[in-house]
Design a binder for this molecule. Sequence first.
Ligand code: CU
Length: 191
Amino acid sequence: MRAQPSLTYERVASETSSFCGRSGHRGAKAGAFAYAVTAYEITQIILSLLYVCSLSVTALADDLPIKVEHAWVQALPPVAEATAAYMKIRNLGQAPLKLIGASSPIATRIEPMITTKQVRNGQEILGMEAVAELEIPPGGTLELKPGGNHLMIMGLTSHPKEGERVKLTVRFAPGDQRLDLEIPVVRQEPK
Ligand SMILES: [Cu+2]
């Protein structure tokens, strides 16, 4: 993100998308112990391990046949006007469910989005598009992940920092069934 006050949504969208699309972090942690580490780094490693542990805690709604795992919010530089939430949502029921949106005290608008890929002049251009719903088939899993489907968090009213937890109420159809989550803010996809 540049520090320009007049960022258009389009621009934020494409930059956030390319940020989300980075997968170069993969495997970075595996080699972490091979280096001499400072106390700070050790703290960071312990913190990230704690995150991973807290991420495996599942949310099981009382009356919703849904299990949420591996939920996290992307920490972005303070100039970012939007971020995204990712998670795995399992439908344990017999009927299809649809993810239709979410809300949070930290944002004015949260929408389900898909990532689109276009090739223009031989260059692959990543974009995203808001959708009314993302379906979760009975017994199936909807995976929200960087470079794929996500919950776009727009109109940030407070900036989620790494290490914080964010309250997120996720909404499902049919009806308007709600699931309250509290999910960690991390910089890169936890393993
Ligand atoms: Cu998006």
